[in-house]
Design a protein around this ligand. Sequence first.
Ligand code: GRG
Length: 328
Amino acid sequence: MVSLTPLQYRADPAADLARVEKALREAAKTDDDFLTEVASHLIPAGGKRLRPAFLIASALSLDVEGDKAESLTEEMVRGGVAVELVHLGSLYHDDVMDEAETRRGIEAVNHRWGNLTAILAGDFLLAKASELAASLGTEVAELLAATIGRLCEGQVRELQLIYDVTRNEEQYLQAISGKTAALYATSCRIGGIVGGAERAVIDQLTEFGHAYGMAFQVVDDILDLVATDEELGKPSGNDLREGVYTLPVIRMIASGDPVRELLGNPLDEETRVRARAAVVGGPEIATSVATAQSFVDKALSTLQDLPATTGVQGMRDAATNLLSALNR
Ligand code: GRG
Protein backbone atom coordinates (compact mmCIF):
# COMPACT_ATOMS: atom_id res chain seq x y z
CA MET A 1 0.00 0.00 0.00
CA VAL A 2 1.29 3.52 -0.76
CA SER A 3 1.67 5.50 2.40
CA LEU A 4 2.57 9.16 2.63
CA THR A 5 5.85 9.50 4.50
CA PRO A 6 5.44 9.71 8.28
CA LEU A 7 7.11 12.36 10.35
CA GLN A 8 10.51 11.76 11.96
CA TYR A 9 10.67 14.80 14.23
CA ARG A 10 13.22 13.33 16.57
CA ALA A 11 15.51 10.31 16.71
CA ASP A 12 12.80 8.15 18.27
CA PRO A 13 9.29 9.59 18.06
CA ALA A 14 7.83 6.13 18.82
CA ALA A 15 7.85 6.68 22.59
CA ASP A 16 5.87 9.96 22.22
CA LEU A 17 3.40 8.39 19.87
CA ALA A 18 2.94 5.45 22.24
CA ARG A 19 1.78 7.96 24.89
CA VAL A 20 -0.60 9.55 22.37
CA GLU A 21 -1.86 6.09 21.42
CA LYS A 22 -2.63 5.12 25.01
CA ALA A 23 -4.44 8.42 25.64
CA LEU A 24 -6.33 8.05 22.34
CA ARG A 25 -7.65 4.63 23.35
CA GLU A 26 -8.66 6.02 26.76
CA ALA A 27 -10.48 8.94 25.13
CA ALA A 28 -12.65 6.60 23.06
CA LYS A 29 -13.86 4.75 26.16
CA THR A 30 -17.23 5.37 27.74
CA ASP A 31 -19.56 3.66 30.23
CA ASP A 32 -21.48 2.15 27.34
CA ASP A 33 -19.64 -0.94 26.04
CA PHE A 34 -21.25 -0.79 22.61
CA LEU A 35 -20.35 2.87 22.03
CA THR A 36 -16.81 2.16 23.25
CA GLU A 37 -16.51 -0.68 20.73
CA VAL A 38 -17.77 1.43 17.81
CA ALA A 39 -15.80 4.57 18.76
CA SER A 40 -12.59 2.53 19.17
CA HIS A 41 -13.01 0.47 15.99
CA LEU A 42 -10.55 2.28 13.68
CA ILE A 43 -7.90 3.09 16.29
CA PRO A 44 -5.98 -0.22 16.34
CA ALA A 45 -6.44 -0.59 12.57
CA GLY A 46 -3.64 1.88 11.91
CA GLY A 47 -3.42 5.38 10.54
CA LYS A 48 -0.23 7.37 10.38
CA ARG A 49 -0.99 9.71 13.33
CA LEU A 50 0.44 12.54 11.26
CA ARG A 51 -1.61 15.27 12.90
CA PRO A 52 -0.45 14.47 16.48
CA ALA A 53 3.09 14.09 15.14
CA PHE A 54 2.97 17.57 13.57
CA LEU A 55 1.48 18.98 16.75
CA ILE A 56 4.34 17.57 18.84
CA ALA A 57 7.00 18.54 16.29
CA SER A 58 5.63 22.09 16.29
CA ALA A 59 5.57 22.16 20.08
CA LEU A 60 9.21 21.05 20.13
CA SER A 61 10.27 23.25 17.22
CA LEU A 62 12.03 25.72 19.51
CA ASP A 63 13.46 23.07 21.81
CA VAL A 64 17.12 23.75 21.06
CA GLU A 65 18.31 21.27 23.70
CA GLY A 66 16.46 18.77 21.56
CA ASP A 67 15.57 15.13 21.46
CA LYS A 68 14.68 14.58 25.10
CA ALA A 69 11.74 12.26 25.71
CA GLU A 70 10.90 14.14 28.92
CA SER A 71 10.26 17.33 26.94
CA LEU A 72 6.91 15.91 25.83
CA THR A 73 4.28 17.40 28.15
CA GLU A 74 0.82 16.18 29.08
CA GLU A 75 -0.62 19.18 27.19
CA MET A 76 1.09 18.08 23.98
CA VAL A 77 -0.31 14.56 24.37
CA ARG A 78 -3.82 15.92 24.99
CA GLY A 79 -3.52 18.26 22.01
CA GLY A 80 -2.35 15.36 19.82
CA VAL A 81 -5.28 13.21 20.90
CA ALA A 82 -7.74 16.06 20.28
CA VAL A 83 -6.65 16.61 16.66
CA GLU A 84 -6.53 12.87 15.94
CA LEU A 85 -10.08 12.50 17.32
CA VAL A 86 -11.33 15.24 15.00
CA HIS A 87 -9.64 13.45 12.09
CA LEU A 88 -11.17 10.13 13.19
CA GLY A 89 -14.65 11.61 13.62
CA SER A 90 -14.42 13.13 10.16
CA LEU A 91 -13.47 9.73 8.72
CA TYR A 92 -16.55 8.14 10.32
CA HIS A 93 -18.77 10.78 8.72
CA ASP A 94 -16.90 10.68 5.42
CA ASP A 95 -17.39 6.91 5.19
CA VAL A 96 -21.14 7.34 5.74
CA MET A 97 -21.27 9.87 2.87
CA ASP A 98 -19.19 7.63 0.58
CA GLU A 99 -21.00 4.43 1.60
CA ALA A 100 -17.51 3.05 2.19
CA GLU A 101 -17.05 -0.66 2.79
CA THR A 102 -13.51 -0.55 4.16
CA ARG A 103 -11.25 1.93 5.93
CA ARG A 104 -7.66 1.36 7.03
CA GLY A 105 -7.90 -2.15 5.62
CA ILE A 106 -10.80 -3.23 7.86
CA GLU A 107 -14.59 -3.02 7.62
CA ALA A 108 -15.79 0.60 7.77
CA VAL A 109 -17.94 1.54 10.79
CA ASN A 110 -21.00 2.41 8.67
CA HIS A 111 -20.76 -0.93 6.84
CA ARG A 112 -20.52 -2.91 10.06
CA TRP A 113 -23.06 -1.10 12.27
CA GLY A 114 -25.06 1.12 9.89
CA ASN A 115 -25.13 4.83 9.19
CA LEU A 116 -26.97 5.98 12.30
CA THR A 117 -24.48 4.35 14.63
CA ALA A 118 -21.52 5.60 12.57
CA ILE A 119 -22.82 9.19 12.69
CA LEU A 120 -23.40 9.05 16.45
CA ALA A 121 -20.01 7.49 17.16
CA GLY A 122 -18.39 10.16 14.95
CA ASP A 123 -20.24 12.82 16.95
CA PHE A 124 -19.02 11.21 20.15
CA LEU A 125 -15.40 11.39 18.95
CA LEU A 126 -15.82 15.08 18.09
CA ALA A 127 -17.31 15.70 21.54
CA LYS A 128 -14.33 14.03 23.21
CA ALA A 129 -11.99 16.12 21.05
CA SER A 130 -13.79 19.29 22.17
CA GLU A 131 -13.57 18.26 25.82
CA LEU A 132 -9.80 17.74 25.56
CA ALA A 133 -9.34 21.00 23.66
CA ALA A 134 -11.26 22.89 26.38
CA SER A 135 -8.84 21.50 28.97
CA LEU A 136 -6.06 23.30 27.05
CA GLY A 137 -7.73 26.70 27.40
CA THR A 138 -10.29 28.83 25.60
CA GLU A 139 -7.98 29.72 22.69
CA VAL A 140 -7.42 26.05 21.79
CA ALA A 141 -11.11 25.22 22.37
CA GLU A 142 -12.19 28.02 20.02
CA LEU A 143 -9.59 27.04 17.45
CA LEU A 144 -10.62 23.40 17.33
CA ALA A 145 -14.33 24.28 17.13
CA ALA A 146 -13.63 26.68 14.24
CA THR A 147 -11.56 23.96 12.52
CA ILE A 148 -14.38 21.42 12.73
CA GLY A 149 -16.50 24.08 11.01
CA ARG A 150 -13.84 24.51 8.30
CA LEU A 151 -13.81 20.75 7.64
CA CYS A 152 -17.57 20.80 7.18
CA GLU A 153 -17.36 23.85 4.86
CA GLY A 154 -14.66 22.17 2.76
CA GLN A 155 -16.66 18.97 2.47
CA VAL A 156 -19.85 20.86 1.54
CA ARG A 157 -17.95 22.80 -1.16
CA GLU A 158 -16.85 19.48 -2.61
CA LEU A 159 -20.32 17.94 -2.37
CA GLN A 160 -21.93 20.89 -4.14
CA LEU A 161 -19.84 20.25 -7.25
CA ILE A 162 -20.06 16.48 -7.50
CA TYR A 163 -20.21 15.40 -11.18
CA ASP A 164 -19.82 19.05 -12.17
CA VAL A 165 -17.49 19.31 -15.18
CA THR A 166 -17.32 23.09 -14.72
CA ARG A 167 -15.60 22.76 -11.32
CA ASN A 168 -12.57 25.05 -11.48
CA GLU A 169 -9.18 25.15 -9.75
CA GLU A 170 -10.14 27.87 -7.33
CA GLN A 171 -13.16 25.86 -6.17
CA TYR A 172 -10.98 22.76 -5.80
CA LEU A 173 -8.32 24.61 -3.77
CA GLN A 174 -10.98 26.17 -1.52
CA ALA A 175 -12.48 22.76 -0.81
CA ILE A 176 -9.19 21.06 0.07
CA SER A 177 -8.13 24.04 2.16
CA GLY A 178 -11.16 23.33 4.37
CA LYS A 179 -11.42 19.58 4.31
CA THR A 180 -7.72 18.79 4.77
CA ALA A 181 -5.34 21.74 5.20
CA ALA A 182 -7.33 23.38 8.02
CA LEU A 183 -6.70 20.48 10.43
CA TYR A 184 -2.98 20.32 9.61
CA ALA A 185 -2.76 24.09 10.17
CA THR A 186 -4.57 23.77 13.49
CA SER A 187 -2.43 20.81 14.60
CA CYS A 188 0.72 22.89 14.10
CA ARG A 189 -0.90 25.95 15.69
CA ILE A 190 -1.97 24.08 18.83
CA GLY A 191 1.58 22.67 18.99
CA GLY A 192 2.99 26.20 18.92
CA ILE A 193 0.52 27.34 21.60
CA VAL A 194 1.13 24.47 24.04
CA GLY A 195 4.87 24.63 23.31
CA GLY A 196 4.91 28.26 24.45
CA ALA A 197 6.12 29.76 21.16
CA GLU A 198 5.75 33.48 20.55
CA ARG A 199 2.89 34.72 18.34
CA ALA A 200 4.95 35.27 15.20
CA VAL A 201 6.29 31.70 15.39
CA ILE A 202 2.81 30.29 16.09
CA ASP A 203 1.67 32.00 12.87
CA GLN A 204 4.62 30.57 10.91
CA LEU A 205 3.87 27.05 12.18
CA THR A 206 0.21 27.49 11.23
CA GLU A 207 1.17 28.57 7.72
CA PHE A 208 3.48 25.59 7.42
CA GLY A 209 0.65 23.23 8.42
CA HIS A 210 -1.72 24.78 5.92
CA ALA A 211 0.73 24.61 3.01
CA TYR A 212 1.72 21.04 3.95
CA GLY A 213 -1.96 20.05 4.10
CA MET A 214 -2.60 21.52 0.64
CA ALA A 215 0.35 19.57 -0.80
CA PHE A 216 -0.80 16.44 1.06
CA GLN A 217 -4.29 16.53 -0.47
CA VAL A 218 -3.05 17.28 -4.01
CA VAL A 219 -0.67 14.28 -3.71
CA ASP A 220 -3.48 12.12 -2.27
CA ASP A 221 -5.70 13.08 -5.22
CA ILE A 222 -2.96 12.30 -7.76
CA LEU A 223 -2.34 8.93 -6.09
CA ASP A 224 -6.05 8.12 -6.40
CA LEU A 225 -5.55 8.33 -10.17
CA VAL A 226 -2.06 6.89 -10.71
CA ALA A 227 -1.63 4.22 -8.02
CA THR A 228 -2.87 0.65 -8.41
CA ASP A 229 -5.71 -0.87 -6.36
CA GLU A 230 -3.13 -2.87 -4.39
CA GLU A 231 -1.03 0.21 -3.64
CA LEU A 232 -4.06 2.19 -2.48
CA GLY A 233 -5.80 -0.60 -0.62
CA LYS A 234 -9.02 0.49 -2.40
CA PRO A 235 -10.11 0.76 -6.05
CA SER A 236 -8.10 3.38 -7.93
CA GLY A 237 -9.99 6.13 -9.71
CA ASN A 238 -12.44 6.23 -6.82
CA ASP A 239 -12.78 10.02 -7.04
CA LEU A 240 -13.84 9.73 -10.70
CA ARG A 241 -16.42 7.14 -9.72
CA GLU A 242 -17.79 9.38 -7.01
CA GLY A 243 -17.83 12.41 -9.31
CA VAL A 244 -15.14 14.28 -7.35
CA TYR A 245 -13.10 15.96 -10.09
CA THR A 246 -9.67 16.68 -8.66
CA LEU A 247 -6.85 18.88 -9.98
CA PRO A 248 -5.56 16.75 -12.90
CA VAL A 249 -9.12 16.11 -14.09
CA ILE A 250 -10.14 19.77 -13.75
CA ARG A 251 -7.10 20.80 -15.78
CA MET A 252 -7.70 18.19 -18.46
CA ILE A 253 -11.33 19.27 -18.89
CA ALA A 254 -10.23 22.95 -19.02
CA SER A 255 -7.77 22.10 -21.81
CA GLY A 256 -10.69 21.04 -24.01
CA ASP A 257 -9.80 17.34 -23.88
CA PRO A 258 -12.59 14.94 -25.00
CA VAL A 259 -12.42 13.22 -21.57
CA ARG A 260 -15.11 15.74 -20.67
CA GLU A 261 -17.61 13.72 -22.73
CA LEU A 262 -17.05 10.71 -20.46
CA LEU A 263 -17.71 12.67 -17.28
CA GLY A 264 -20.60 14.52 -15.69
CA ASN A 265 -22.54 11.45 -14.61
CA PRO A 266 -22.04 8.27 -12.60
CA LEU A 267 -19.70 6.00 -14.59
CA ASP A 268 -19.93 2.36 -15.49
CA GLU A 269 -16.77 0.35 -14.84
CA GLU A 270 -15.55 0.43 -18.44
CA THR A 271 -15.94 4.20 -18.76
CA ARG A 272 -14.18 4.78 -15.46
CA VAL A 273 -11.21 2.72 -16.70
CA ARG A 274 -11.13 4.75 -19.94
CA ALA A 275 -11.43 8.10 -18.19
CA ARG A 276 -8.74 7.19 -15.68
CA ALA A 277 -6.38 6.01 -18.45
CA ALA A 278 -6.92 9.28 -20.33
CA VAL A 279 -6.08 11.40 -17.29
CA VAL A 280 -3.08 9.26 -16.31
CA GLY A 281 -1.75 9.52 -19.89
CA GLY A 282 -2.12 13.29 -20.06
CA PRO A 283 0.28 16.09 -19.07
CA GLU A 284 -1.97 17.24 -16.21
CA ILE A 285 -0.52 14.68 -13.80
CA ALA A 286 2.91 16.33 -14.12
CA THR A 287 1.51 19.86 -13.81
CA SER A 288 -0.43 18.79 -10.70
CA VAL A 289 2.76 17.32 -9.21
CA ALA A 290 4.34 20.73 -9.87
CA THR A 291 1.47 22.39 -7.99
CA ALA A 292 2.02 20.03 -5.03
CA GLN A 293 5.72 20.93 -5.18
CA SER A 294 4.89 24.63 -5.03
CA PHE A 295 2.88 24.05 -1.82
CA VAL A 296 5.84 22.07 -0.43
CA ASP A 297 8.15 24.99 -1.30
CA LYS A 298 5.77 27.38 0.42
CA ALA A 299 5.70 25.14 3.51
CA LEU A 300 9.51 25.02 3.59
CA SER A 301 9.83 28.78 3.22
CA THR A 302 7.68 29.38 6.32
CA LEU A 303 10.24 27.50 8.44
CA GLN A 304 13.24 29.29 6.96
CA ASP A 305 14.20 31.44 9.94
CA LEU A 306 13.42 28.91 12.70
CA PRO A 307 16.34 27.26 14.51
CA ALA A 308 17.45 23.88 13.12
CA THR A 309 15.99 21.85 15.99
CA THR A 310 15.05 18.20 15.45
CA GLY A 311 11.39 19.28 15.47
CA VAL A 312 11.88 21.78 12.64
CA GLN A 313 14.14 19.37 10.74
CA GLY A 314 11.48 16.64 11.00
CA MET A 315 8.83 18.99 9.62
CA ARG A 316 11.12 20.05 6.78
CA ASP A 317 11.91 16.42 5.92
CA ALA A 318 8.23 15.46 6.01
CA ALA A 319 7.45 18.24 3.52
CA THR A 320 10.42 17.44 1.30
CA ASN A 321 9.58 13.72 1.26
CA LEU A 322 5.89 14.17 0.57
CA LEU A 323 6.24 13.83 -3.18
CA SER A 324 8.32 10.67 -2.92
CA ALA A 325 5.04 8.75 -2.47
CA LEU A 326 4.55 9.48 -6.19
CA ASN A 327 7.92 7.98 -7.24
CA ARG A 328 6.91 4.39 -6.84
C1 GRG B 1 -17.62 16.17 11.46
C2 GRG B 1 -15.19 16.95 11.61
C3 GRG B 1 -16.39 16.61 10.81
C4 GRG B 1 -16.33 16.72 9.47
C5 GRG B 1 -17.48 16.48 8.61
C6 GRG B 1 -16.82 14.39 6.47
C7 GRG B 1 -16.26 15.74 6.63
C8 GRG B 1 -17.08 16.81 7.21
C9 GRG B 1 -15.04 16.02 6.23
C10 GRG B 1 -14.19 14.97 5.63
C11 GRG B 1 -12.86 15.42 5.54
C12 GRG B 1 -11.96 14.38 4.97
C13 GRG B 1 -12.25 12.93 5.06
C14 GRG B 1 -10.86 14.82 4.39
C15 GRG B 1 -9.81 13.96 3.85
C16 GRG B 1 -8.72 13.97 4.84
C17 GRG B 1 -7.66 12.98 4.53
C18 GRG B 1 -6.52 13.43 3.70
C19 GRG B 1 -7.74 11.74 5.01
C20 GRG B 1 -6.65 10.76 4.95
O1 GRG B 1 -5.77 11.12 5.98
P1 GRG B 1 -4.56 10.20 6.39
O2 GRG B 1 -3.84 9.73 5.15
O3 GRG B 1 -5.31 8.96 7.06
O4 GRG B 1 -3.75 10.93 7.40
P2 GRG B 1 -4.78 7.97 8.20
O5 GRG B 1 -5.62 6.73 8.05
O6 GRG B 1 -3.33 7.71 7.99
O7 GRG B 1 -5.04 8.64 9.50
